[in-house]
Structures are given as structure tokens and as C-alpha cells.
Design a protein around this ligand. Structure first.
Ligand SMILES: Cc1ncc(COP(=O)(O)O)c(C=O)c1O
Length: 399
């Protein structure tokens, strides 16, 4: 007999998620609620009803208004904030604008995101800079171990560190303030990959104050795909170029900095995702009486409850303290399913979870074993983790 299907969240109908799918991987690409998709469709109609009026005359004030609201959500001064299409683009803009000499060191960590590390690898290849990888242990007992691992990898040649705010595979919230303070004291520039942070963690970018901070809005804020930000400290703005250079380099606009001119237009493309970002921030806020603090807290509590249940049911040991978790949690696969799958085809465990049980779950190899990562957002229920436990128990027993 198949496990009993889980209860569905009373908020789930706001998302166009396929009925019957148990969606435990909000972390990979987020999920946009239907009213915001409708708003985006409306904007696209507006755009093509009068393309030149929209893009030539209405676009800048609309983008400015969106920037102002998103900046206030992120604790940012709008003067320091630009939209990019995703975090990878933000990392490309920064890494490919900076100058490195042979022997300069670029610090990354063993929990970094492959696509972003690839940008570093290419820049190092081109310039002769050397990549130093700080090994963050996992399982891990305390956030201090992360700070220690990163700061002990700094040398007098370290020029820049690429640090995740929330790591992708391991789902760890890193102690960013302490890391940034330590790197700053050592004269190291900092690029923060905050792909998962907006919507998951409270943010105050002006007081965090790294050199650069880039992040997605499509993940935990639930914006349409194509909405992301890059925050740049004023002393780093002058020499920064976008990943795509366009008119802005010699086309100043009244009321905008040269930094904004360069980033606000990167060729003709559909910018409605960014224009919808304020809408989704306000819309989600309206779903919880306590607004975003309540949403973040609810998601955090639900994922902790989920991981406790999975640990109890499957005999797993949680690989990090609760304090290092936001709204994602990574756990080792139980005995019987622990051998990692390598290779270009999809992991058979992932495939069976989806094809036979309708569970969308992140399943991946990391440091020699198979892991899985659960997510929690308003469209989830605690009962979905019970269902996952039922299914994994059965699969681990070879049934
Ligand atoms: C930590 C981290 N950085 C960067 C990215 C890249 O995001 P995008 O593909 O939207 O550029 C991801 C995506 O999952 C991520 O988890």
C-alpha cells in the first residue's frame, strides 16, 4: 500500500503548483504565486500595446519605483541598488570587472555554488590569480567553525572572497556579519552570494556593508524568474561594469548615477519580472498578519519541525544546529540509500521520488555520500515531511 498522501496547505491554491505534486524544493527556483503571474502577464500586454512608449518613456520611472520598494525591503539605499536577471549575472558583473594580477588570491569555500565558482575559475585562468578554497566542515557543530575556516585561509595575497550567505547544497546560513568583519579587518574585498537570502532572512544591506552583494528575488520572495539584485558599496561603484554593456556607458540620465545608468539597461529584454518585485513583496506580506517577519519565522519553524520528524523517523543525525538553518535543511539519505549517484543522468532516487510518489526533492552527492534538502514556504504543510519520511523509509527498506 502506498503511503497516505499529505494534507495540502490552505494557502497552496495561490500557487499554480501541479495538484498532487509534493513540492519540497522551493529552494532551487522558487515558485511564483498566481496573482503575481497575472500581474506580469498584464505588464507584458502593456509593453506590447505600445512598445516604444513602454520601454522608452515609462520604463525608467517604473524601474525606479520598483527599485525603491525593493531597496526598502532589503535595507538598502536605492542609490546602491540595481536589478540584474539572476545571481549568476551579478557574480559575473563583479568578477569580470575586477582586475587581478598573477598570484593574487581569490577565496571561495567548499560549499560554494558551482556556477559562481566557475566565474571565479575563468577569471583566475585569464588573469593568473590563484583560487584558495576554504574547507567548511559538514556536518558542522557551530557557526564559529565557518568563520574560522574562512579567516584561516586568508593570506596577504587574498584580494577578494566570494562568500555565500546561505549555502546551496548544505542549506547553511553562514555567520555573515562575523565573516565580513574578519575579512574587512584583513583588507579583503567581499562579494556575497545571497541567492537564497531575500525572503528567507531579514536583511539590512547598508549595515552589512560588504563590497558587493547579489541575490535572487525569484527564490524566497517568490518573484517571477528574472528578478534579482546587485548592491554595491559606493566606493566600489565607479569601476563596476554590468555583465552586458549597453547604452549606459555614455548615456547619462538626469537623477541617476553612472552606476545605475550602466546597469539599468542591458539591451532589449523582458524586464517585467523586476517590475513585479514590489507586487510580490506586498502580496505575500498580506498573507500573514505579521507580514514578512511572520512568514520567515513560520517557514523556519516548519522546516525545523520537518527535519526533526525526518531525523526521528529515519534514524538520521542532523548535520548542523537549528541556528544555522533558514527555511531549507539538508540531511543525509538513510542507510540503504546513502551511496551517491554520480554521472550525467538523473539520480534514480530523485527520479523514483518524483515519478512514483510525486515528490519534488533536491537529491545530490556531496563529499562522498547522498544527501537531500528540504524546503519550506507558505504553500507547504508539516504533513508533507511525514509523507517524505514514509516514502524514504519504504525506499530504504528496498520496497
Ligand atoms: C547559493 C547559490 N548561488 C547562486 C545561485 C544561482 O542562481 P541563478 O541560477 O538564479 O543565477 C544559486 C541557485 O540555486 C544558489 O543556490
Amino acid at each position: 500500500m502506498k503511503p497516505r498522501l499529505p494534507d495540502v496547505s490552505p494557502l497552496r491554491h495561490h500557487w499554480p503548483l501541479t495538484p498532487g505534486m509534493v513540492f519540497l524544493n522551493h529552494g532551487s527556483y522558487g515558485a511564483c504565486p498566481s496573482p503575481v503571474i497575472e500581474k506580469q502577464i498584464q505588464l507584458r500586454w502593456d509593453l506590447d500595446a505600445a512598445p516604444v512608449q513602454f520601454l522608452h518613456r515609462r520604463h525608467t520611472p517604473m524601474l525606479d519605483a520598483a527599485r525603491n520598494e525593493v531597496a526598502s525591503f532589503l535595507g538598502a539605499d536605492p542609490a546602491n541598488l540595481v536589478f540584474v536577471t539572476n545571481t549568476t549575472t551579478g557574480v559575473n558583473a563583479v568578477m569580470r570587472s575586477l582586475e587581478f594580477s598573477p598570484g593574487d588570491e581569490i577565496l571561495i569555500t567548499s560549499h560554494g555554488y558551482n556556477a559562481c565558482n566557475n566565474v571565479v575559475r575563468e577569471v583566475a585562468r585569464r588573469t593568473g590569480a590563484v583560487i584558495v578554497e576554504a574547507g567548511i566542515p559538514f556536518p558542522i557543530g557551530s557557526p564559529e567553525l565557518v568563520t574560522e575556516a574562512i579567516l584561516s585561509a586568508v593570506t596577504p595575497r587574498t584580494k577578494l572572497a566570494l562568500i555565500d550567505h546561505v549555502t546551496s547544497k548544505t542549506g547553511l546560513v553562514l555567520p555573515l556579519e562575523e565573516i565580513l568583519r574578519g575579512l574587512e579587518e584583513r583588507g579583503v574585498e567581499t562579494l556575497v552570494d545571497g541567492a537564497h537570502a531575500p525572503g528567507m532572512l531579514p536583511l539590512d544591506l547598508e549595515s552589512l556593508r560588504p563590497s558587493y552583494y547579489t541575490a535572487n528575488l525569484h527564490k524566497w520572495v517568490c518573484a517571477p524568474k528574472g528578478a534579482a539584485i546587485l548592491w554595491v558599496r559606493p566606493d566600489r561603484q565607479e569601476t563596476l561594469q554590468p555583465a552586458v554593456i549597453s547604452h549606459g556607458n555614455n548615456t547619462p540620465r538626469p537623477g541617476h548615477s553612472a552606476f545605475q545608468d550602466r546597469f539599468d539597461w542591458d539591451g532589449t529584454h523582458d524586464t517585467t519580472a523586476a517590475l513585479c518585485a514590489p507586487e510580490v513583496i506586498r502580496w505575500l506580506e498580506g498573507l500573514a498578519p505579521g507580514g514578512w517577519p511572520e512568514i520567515r519565522e513560520r517557514n523556519h519553524r516548519m522546516v525545523i519541525e520537518g527535519r526533526n520528524l525526518l531525523c526521528d523517523r529515519l534514524g538520521l543525525i542532523a548535520p548542523c544546529p537549528d541556528s544555522m538553518i533558514g527555511s531549507m535543511s539538508t540531511l543525509p539519505m538513510p542507510a540503504g540509500l546513502e551511496t551517491p549517484h554520480e554521472g550525467p543522468d538523473r539520480d534514480p532516487v530523485y527520479v523514483r521520488l518524483f515519478d512514483e510518489f510525486g515528490i519534488e526533492l533536491q537529491v545530490f552527492p556531496f563529499e562522498g555520500r547522498r544527501w537531500f534538502r528540504i524546503s519550506s514556504h507558505l504553500h507547504n504543510t508539516p504533513d508533507e515531511y511525514r509523507y517524505l519520511a514514509d516514502v524514504l523509509e519504504r525506499m530504504a527498506a528496498g520496497r
